[in-house]
Every structure is written in structure tokens, then in C-alpha cells.
Design a protein around this ligand. Structure first.
Ligand SMILES: [Zn+2]
Length: 464
């Protein structure tokens, strides 16, 4: 029944499944031997045998039995035929424990009922993507013999990701025992030197750099340049990044630690650093200049300017006077964010301004947001760049819904459209963090130099 083409497939499948089967053999030598026995009855392939999945099982399920059995064991095996199915699947969006078990070939109602009510199994299906497939060993009656999976735990204080190993085992009496153990992922550092020949994503893919690292890279340099569009053939990208491994296998990408872009004769570098009390961290130049833009270009980028800064005929009072800000067209209720980190100086009603918010920013800058329909902040409150401070409206002296925005530098009014030439380009290192920054990024800078100088040979070299 096993022809030569299928035998080849069989060997392939046997190779893939051998680990599970060896484990199964250790756990249940008698039952596996039994399965082998029945397979041997159907096959002339000797010590290697394969039986295709039975039709009621999911198509991915394959029964494979590997055994180099003596005649005595085979004879014993034939007496109690019982096949084992080593199945695996991944957790899907909006999975239930029942659906997961069904895909694994578990049909035993008692197992489905017990595990469906188990909090740890429920945590598994709500955890989303797990680093490894969920594996199960099931017998021909759809009874679960063993199930193993990993699920993420909240990072907490740990710098390395924590995972919980979940194991379900059938005891002697057939009852299922669920146990969990905490495991730490191994964090590895990798270097890559990526010669650009076409699209950046293709170049990264050909060098084995995970797509998620490419996404981080594009984001890091986004305030300076659009890497997806501006790289040309002959440019070079060097990377230092982390991958997370479980049991020696790399299961998911980690963080981009450092990057260098060589394009059009210029070199740009970025290193990651977490200042004390900031686990998220940020990217800086090797000299410590922040790469993340500290100031947005405007509170409503892309909104039409209906009245610029400067002298104008006042639309309500009908006299020539200074327009102290810029008016942006905005529907009532448009969310208005702060253009930079700062502290609220005033939030309330002020004559012609209507509902107005004034924010003081480091470096002696102040921004004003007027004619708001609602205010979302209180005086004295710290706000971050991009944080909602209110919604646009038509309050105060106003001819229609719009946002009036002012920018002050050292107490003097400045045209908000020229704001970028006054404010710092990147977020600076927090005060007192310089020494820590150079110490923490020294290794990364060395690795980046290695990656950048190594040519193609440096591709995917292990740095740990
Ligand atoms: Zn105005």
C-alpha cells in the first residue's frame, strides 16, 4: 500500500514528527508499540511505516509511527492496536478552547469539558500569537494523551520576556493534569549588513532580517527620511537587533538596538537607549541627540490655513490689525493635540479667545489653542506631544468653526509656520543621563561598526 512516491513523503513526515514520537515513545511505550504493530500489518516497508490520516480528522493530521522493533515487540503490539496522532496548530483570533481542541483532533467529551473550563487553557486562547504551535498527542479514540503550549506573561520588571509553559498530561487513570511553569526567553543579539539592490523590504528579507525589525527601522528614521522610498541601489544598511529564543530555537524578533544607513554619501546612525524610569526607551544619534521629533509641525497637520499670521483686516471688527496666530479650518469637535511636551499654563475662557488652552514648553516656548468647543486639560497638568488638550470649536470672537493657534518664543510672537526653525529638532537626552547613555550604547556602537564594516560576510553573524 505504500508506493515509492509516498514512501519519500513518509520519510519527510517521519523526520518532522520524530521528535514528538520519540517523546511519545518514552511516555507511552506500550501504546506506541501497539500503533506500530497495526501499521506493520498494513505495510511491507519493514521497520518504517506510515499510515495516512483517517478521513474524520483535520487534513493536517498525519499518523506516523517510527519504530525499529524486534519481532517480539511487534507481536505484542499487534495484540492491542492503538494509533497515536501527533497534531499541532496555532492559536487563532477569537479562538475558543473547544475550537483549538477540535483542530488538534481531541473529541473526547470529558477532555473538552474539563479543559474548556480550565483558566490556563482559556488564557492560552486569549493570549493571541504564541511563539510556538500548540502540540498534542491524541489516540484514535480522540482522547488527549498530552498537550504542550507556551503563552506570554506580562513583562513586569524583567528585561527579558517571560513565558509560561503549559502542559496537559493524561494520568494513569486517564484524568488530565494541567500544569504550568514560568520560563525566560533567551535574548540573542544579531548583526546584519544589508546591501540595497532594490526595495528595502526585499533586501532585508534576503539577508534574513525579520519583517518586524524592518518596520522598526523605517519608524526610527521616519522623522529624517522615508527609507522605503529614498534608498537606492548601492546603499548600505547595517543593523544590530535582538531575537528571542526558546529551547534554542529563535521564535520571534525582539528590539532593533542600533542601525546605520549609508545613502547618497551620507551616513545616519541610531542607537536605542532607555533612560532611568523609561522602560520603552527611544532612539538617539551616537552623540546623544534624540531622533524622535520633539515638536509636531502643527497642531492639525494637513488642515487648510484659512488665515495666516500677520497684519490683516479683522473679519469681525473690520479694522486692520495684527493676526497673532494661524487659523486652521476644522469642524467643531476635531481633536486638538499639544504640538510638544509641556505644562498647561492656562485652561479656561478668556474674552475673544473663547475656550483657550496655553501650554508652556521647555526652552521658553509657549503655544495657544483658541475657540475650542471643549477643554480636556487642567492648569498645571503635564502634557506630552500628541496628547489631546481639547476639541476645536467656534467659541469667543469667531466667524466660524476653526482653530486659532499661536506660537511664542521667549515671550515674543512668532509665525507658527516658522515654528520648526525655532524649536529643538529631536528630544534631547534627559538631564543627567549622558554618562549612562555612553556606557549603555558603547557595545551597540561597536557591534554596529562590526556589522557595517563586515561586508556580506557579516550577514546574520551572531554577536552574543
Ligand atoms: Zn486666528
Amino acid at each position: 500500500m505504500v508506493d515509492s512516491a509516498r514512501s519519500k513523503n513518509a520519510v519527510l513526515r517521519i523526520t518532522q514528527l520524530s521528535t514528538e514520537l520519540i517523546a511519545a515513545l518514552r511516555a507511552h511505550p506500550r501504546r506506541v508499540a501497539a500503533g506500530v504493530g497495526s501499521a506493520l500489518l498494513l505495510s511491507s516497508a519493514g521497520a518504517w511505516a506510515l499510515v495516512e490520516a483517517q478521513p474524520q480528522l483535520p487534513p493536517r493530521a498525519t499518523v506516523a509511527t517510527v519504530y525499529d522493533a524486534g519481532v517480539a515487540a511487534q507481536t505484542e503490539a499487534i495484540a492491542s492496536a492503538d494509533l497515536h496522532y501527533a497534531n499541532s496548530t496555532t492559536v487563532r483570533r477569537q479562538d475558543t478552547v473547544q475550537q483549538l481542541l477540535k483542530r488538534l483532533g481531541v473529541t473526547d467529551p470529558a477532555a473538552v469539558k474539563q479543559l474548556g473550563a480550565d483558566a490556563r487553557m482559556r488564557a492560552l486562547v486569549t493570549a493571541g500569537a504564541t511563539p510556538e504551535p500548540v502540540r498534542a498527542l491524541v489516540n484514535a479514540q480522540g482522547e488527549l494523551l498530552q498537550l504542550s503550549a507556551t503563552l506570554p506573561l506580562p513583562a513586569g520588571d524583567s528585561a527579558v520576556p517571560l513565558w509560561r509553559a503549559l502542559l496537559v498530561r493524561a494520568g494513569q487513570d486517564g484524568a488530565l493534569e494541567v500544569s504550568t511553569t514560568e520560563r525566560q526567553m533567551e535574548v540573542r543579539t544579531r548583526l546584519a549588513n544589508v546591501p540595497v539592490r532594490g526595495a528595502l523590504s526585499t533586501a532585508l528579507g534576503q539577508s534574513g532580517v525579520p519583517a518586524a525589525i524592518g518596520t522598526q527601522l523605517v519608524k526610527v528614521f521616519a522623522p529624517q527620511m522615508d527609507l522605503r522610498r529614498s534608498l537606492r541601489k548601492g546603499d548600505q544598511v547595517a543593523l544590530v537587533y535582538q531575537v528571542h529564543a526558546l529551547d534554542g530555537r529563535e521564535v520571534r524578533p525582539g528590539r532593533l538596538l542600533a542601525a546605520e544607513i549609508r545613502t547618497h554619501g551620507t551616513t545616519r546612525q541610531a542607537v536605542w537607549f532607555a533612560a532611568s524610569g523609561d522602560a520603552k526607551g527611544a532612539y538617539y544619534t551616537p552623540a546623544g541627540q534624540g531622533l524622535e521629533k520633539a515638536w509636531a509641525s502643527s497642531p492639525l497637520p494637513g488642515a487648510k490655513i484659512t488665515s495666516p499670521f500677520g497684519m490683516r483686516l479683522h473679519p469681525v471688527r473690520g479694522i486692520r490689525e495684527m493676526h497673532e496666530g494661524v487659523d486652521y479650518a476644522a469642524h467643531i469637535g476635531t481633536p486638538v493635540p499639544s504640538v510638544a511636551d509641556g505644562r498647561v499654563k492656562f485652561a479656561g475662557v478668556q474674552s475673544g479667545y473663547g475656550n483657550v488652552v496655553k501650554i508652556g514648553h521647555p526652552g521658553g516656548f509657549e503655544t495657544v489653542y483658541a475657540h475650542l468647543s471643549s477643554i480636556a486639560v487642567k492648569p498645571g497638568q503635564a502634557v506630552s506631544e500628541g496628547e489631546l488638550i481639547g476639541k476645536s470649536g467656534n467659541s469667543g470672537t469667531s466667524t466660524g468653526p476653526h482653530l486659532h493657534f499661536e506660537f511664542h518664543s521667549a515671550g515674543r510672537l512668532v509665525d507658527p509656520q516658522r515654528m520648526a526653525s525655532y524649536v529643538p529638532q529631536g528630544k534631547p537626552l534627559p538631564p543627567g543621563e549622558k554618562a549612562a547613555f555612553f556606557a549603555a550604547t558603547a557595545v551597540m556602537r561597536t557591534q554596529l561598526a562590526q556589522a557595517a564594516g563586515g561586508g556580506d560576510a557579516a550577514q546574520l553573524a551572531r554577536a552574543d
